[in-house]
Design a protein around this ligand. Structure first.
Ligand code: PEP
Ligand code: MG
Length: 330
């Protein structure tokens, strides 16, 4: 069994019909990067950097400390791409109180709709600038992609791009070297899906955060147990938003991946492949299982079943029945 898993780790994730699928790792701390390598990940698809900021009694990591953390991940990944998400603080990931904004935030009635993610960063420009600088500096040591959480407004994109441009120029003026850093957005809100053509004027890639996309599409608090039974990744509206995002990215020639829990759930692997997805990011421990499904999949056979599933009232049962039929024809 150990030998088999070891072989699997070095096996490229190719479908039966020869489609190459990228299986990436989600990490929370630099020390997780080794597990990503050991699991055979071909890169980090989501580095949740807020974990460097949380549980420190409100003392934030300096630019230098962040730079060391990002560089250490890039070096551990040894040439493989590392997607660094700027802090996603607020709502389900609260920071110890520190700023007046954060204090107000504690009292907000709907924290998930409040000051979190890119909104929080833009409200704390000094902190945001430090993080951007640390990320850009680390890009001299390997391939870094910069990912922005929960973008909704074009104004947020313009402000962030301006901040990145200035930070880059300042660093270059000081003699730092900076690599080629692609910038992308997380797609976590239905409004972002509807804005994709405009977003693609600014972004090189997108990553679908299904955990939040489900929450914001269905108006279900992802942390509220009383409505957990209604938090449904199979809801037709959720599936349609995911399918539309993948199709739009392909149309614009942009990269697209899924980094929410659905990417690591084997129940969705074939469905996402059938929608055209070729990049999945998940907990390192889930990579082997997803790879086994990819190796057995034939994307040509999946496509039409997916189209019908997206029209169904009950996609979950429709998809299960369609998969049984596909198995029969193998
Ligand atoms: C998501 O929302 O799907 C996601 C990957 O981000 P997080 O779970 O960290 O909010
Ligand atoms: Mg999210």
């Amino acid at each position: 069994e150990r030998a088999r898993l070891n072989r699997l780790r070095h096996t490229p994730a190719l479908t039966l019909d020869g489609e190459n699928v990228e299986l990436l790792a989600n990490i929370e701390l630099p020390s997780d990067a080794q597990a990503a390598v050991d699991a055979g990940a071909v890169g980090v698809g989501l580095f949740r950097t807020e974990f460097l900021f949380m549980n420190r009694g409100g003392v934030l990591p300096s630019e230098e400390e962040q730079f060391e953390a990002y560089r250490s991940v890039v070096q551990t990944m040894a040439g493989l791409p590392v997607t660094i998400r700027t802090v996603d603080i607020g709502a389900d990931k609260p920071l110890e109180r520190m700023s007046p904004q954060e204090l107000r935030h504690e009292h907000s009635l709907n924290p998930a709709l409040g000051l979190r993610a890119i909104r929080w960063s833009l409200a704390e420009p000094a902190m945001f600038r430090q993080q951007i600088r640390a990320i850009l500096r680390a890009s001299a040591y390997g391939k870094i992609k910069l990912l922005l959480p929960m973008v909704v407004h074009l104004r947020e994109i313009r402000q962030t791009m301006e901040l990145i441009k200035r930070a880059r120029q300042q660093l270059l003026d000081k003699g730092h070297s900076i690599g080629d850093v692609e910038v992308g957005a997380m797609i976590e809100v239905p409004a972002a899906v509807m804005m994709l053509p405009a977003f693609f004027r600014h972004f090189d890639f997108v990553s679908i955060g299904t955990n939040d996309l489900i929450q914001y599409t269905l108006a279900i608090d992802r942390a509220d147990e009383q409505v957990a039974h209604l938090y449904d990744p199979w809801h037709p509206a959720v599936l349609k938003l995911i399918a539309d995002t993948i199709a739009c990215a392909q149309q614009y020639g942009k990269g697209v991946s899924v980094c929410g829990e659905m990417a690591g759930d084997p129940a969705f692997t074939e469905l996402l492949l059938g929608m055209g997805l070729r990049s999945f990011s998940m907990h390192p421990a889930q990579i082997a299982g997803i790879k086994q499904r990819v190796l057995r999949a034939d994307t040509r056979k999946l496509q039409s079943a997916v189209e019908h599933t997206l029209q169904a009232d009950d996609p979950q049962n429709f998809w299960a029945a369609a998969c049984d039929r596909v198995e029969d024809t193998v």
